[in-house]
Design a protein around this ligand. Sequence first.
Ligand code: HEM
Ligand SMILES: *[C@@H]1O[C@H](CO)[C@@H](O)[C@H](O)[C@H]1NC(C)=O
Ligand SMILES: *[C@@H]1O[C@H](CO)[C@@H](O)[C@H](O)[C@H]1NC(C)=O
Ligand SMILES: *[C@@H]1O[C@H](CO)[C@@H](O)[C@H](O)[C@H]1NC(C)=O
Ligand SMILES: *[C@@H]1O[C@H](CO)[C@@H](O)[C@H](O)[C@H]1NC(C)=O
Length: 348
Amino acid sequence: MAMCVRPLLPHPVRLLLPLLVLEVLAPVHGGYDKTSLLRVGFYKQSCPDAEAIVREVVAKAVGDDQTVTAPLLRLHFHDCFVRGCDASVLLNSTQTSTAEKDAKPNLTLDAFDVIDAIKEKLEKKCPRTVSCADILAIAARDAVSLATKVVTQGQWRKDGNLYEVETGRRDGRVSSAKEAAAHLPDSFDGIRKLITRFASKGLGLKDLAVLSGAHALGNSHCPSLEKRLRNFTAQYDTDPTLDAAYGAMLRQQCSTPEDNQTELAMVPGSSTTFDAAYYSLVAGNKGLFHSDQALLSNGATRMLVYGYIRSEKRFLSDFGVSMVNMGRVAVLTGRQGQVRTRCAVINN
Ligand code: HEM
Ligand SMILES: *[C@@H]1O[C@H](CO)[C@@H](O)[C@H](O)[C@H]1NC(C)=O
Ligand SMILES: *[C@@H]1O[C@H](CO)[C@@H](O)[C@H](O)[C@H]1NC(C)=O
Ligand SMILES: *[C@@H]1O[C@H](CO)[C@@H](O)[C@H](O)[C@H]1NC(C)=O
Ligand SMILES: *[C@@H]1O[C@H](CO)[C@@H](O)[C@H](O)[C@H]1NC(C)=O
């Protein structure tokens, strides 16, 4: 089927033909197969309550403010796309280096507070045991589960989770704003660029199409859209892939290019509910970003967009599979890295 397109193989693997067969079955993630060291329930012995503690803090935060689910989900994505899922996204800048946190694609601060609160509880219960990278992965899973109606209403699985999350990641020691700018996809990226960026993380077309569905949650700000609305190319002021009336409405909301206060809902009216509504917007040329709309310009991703409109159940189960794939990107495991005691600074 068209959606089985595989990412480019890393060099050493490309030379080992017999492995190619295996590769089809088990994609290589970020070029290294350390995935066997990640598993569901890694902390079962060392910190049996780890997942319950994360869930409790996330549930409390979501109870206080429903909009926190979006930045929690986005944090894990930003973490995994820069240096692998190693919690580099949580590190503060130091005197000698500017961290990912302070790179241009700014993340919402609320979510950092939630991660810190989780870490504090876990350090009391099981000191130096649960990595910040795993906290990000579990918190993202919990956030998206709590935002999904069929999950909260008990129509999905009994355990209240959209998917099972793998753990066993270790934390890195480096965070770089420059790398964040170079590795994170841009909202003006077209389909080829998006496919290349995902492939460089070992992620395929299906991962791209289904993970973009994360934009069912949350908000954007005018600077992320400015070029699309007023200064797209020399030929077009406005991105021609954007519905004209929707574009006019967005231009009205973003009256000045530098306005960073106005919140633009990804899915107007339902930006705290995780569902397949995003795909209907994309099909109607009302995706917020050029990168959202780009899913229509490739046969395989376009088919997935229409498929998810027809079956929300398939979207939700594919989303879980691709979140697990993303959570494996270039992870540190075993004796690599460290388990930070505070997520914003490396251990001495
Ligand atoms: C495919 C490439 C992607 C691009 C180009 C992209 C770009 C963006 C941009 C520009 C924003 C808005 C930032 C702002 O103006 O405040 C945003 C928000 C968001 N993104 Fe993505 N993103 C992509 C993929 C993903 C993925 C894979 C996930 C998670 C699995 C994700 C989750 C989110 C969420 C939840 C928000 C809303 C955040 C909030 O409300 O605080 N995105 N994204
Ligand atoms: C956003 O990034 C700028 C640097 O580009 C930084 O000064 C600012 O504190 C960041 N804002 C948030 C909310 O993290
Ligand atoms: C439009 O984009 C060009 C090139 O990216 C830039 O040089 C120019 O300043 C922009 N104009 C406005 C009005 O933002
Ligand atoms: C947001 O906009 C205000 C006013 O235009 C400006 O002072 C502030 O620096 C901006 N903040 C960021 C993070 O860009
Ligand atoms: C990291 O930076 C934030 C914001 O600048 C600050 O509030 C926090 O105390 C710092 N964390 C650590 C552990 O230094």
